[in-house]
Design a protein around this ligand. Structure first.
Ligand code: ZN
Length: 149
């Protein structure tokens, strides 16, 4: 089933689908495990620079997993060229791969996309993606790892 913007708003407003498992550890443990740039995105919600990131222009077939906990997030078949400077996807791999939360930071009203398993910040989701779902998941490369088949 394709997720649509109304589903994203419902998840962010009421409750997100139950994740398949949960990974929780302290900030200090994450800092030891992750590279500094990954830590800044996943745990401190920073945004990496547009275009100068690993997966913006990558269209190889594979699966994108969370750089924090290894959970499957996106398939390369859902990746498309959004001209945003960041890797963009139309749908997550599964309905419960992503957790959604309203984000009012930086004077904008956005919906944050987080890994449902480890709660790592991935990026944001917008309602200006391609048909039929109409979603654009704008994701930091630092939060992803591409697993080639
Ligand atoms: Zn994760």
């Amino acid at each position: 089933m394709e997720l649509r913007w109304i589903d994203v708003l419902r998840f962010a407003t009421y409750s997100n689908p139950e994740p398949p498992r949960r990974v929780r550890q302290s900030a200090a443990a994450w800092a030891r495990q992750l590279k500094p740039a990954e830590f800044r995105v996943l745990r401190q919600k920073e945004t990496e620079p547009p275009y100068r990131n690993a997966y913006c222009r990558v269209y190889e077939l594979g699966q994108y997993v969370c750089a924090g906990c290894g959970s499957l997030l996106f398939s390369s078949t859902a990746k498309y060229h959004a001209i945003s400077g960041w890797p963009s996807f139309t749908q997550p791999c599964t309905k419960n791969a992503i957790r959604y939360a309203f984000d009012d930071s930086h004077g904008m009203q956005r919906v944050e996309a987080l890994c449902s398993v480890c709660d790592g910040h991935l990026g944001h989701v917008f309602p200006d993606g391609p048909a039929p779902g109409g979603l654009r998941y704008c994701i930091n490369s630092e939060s992803l790892r591409l697993i080639l088949p």
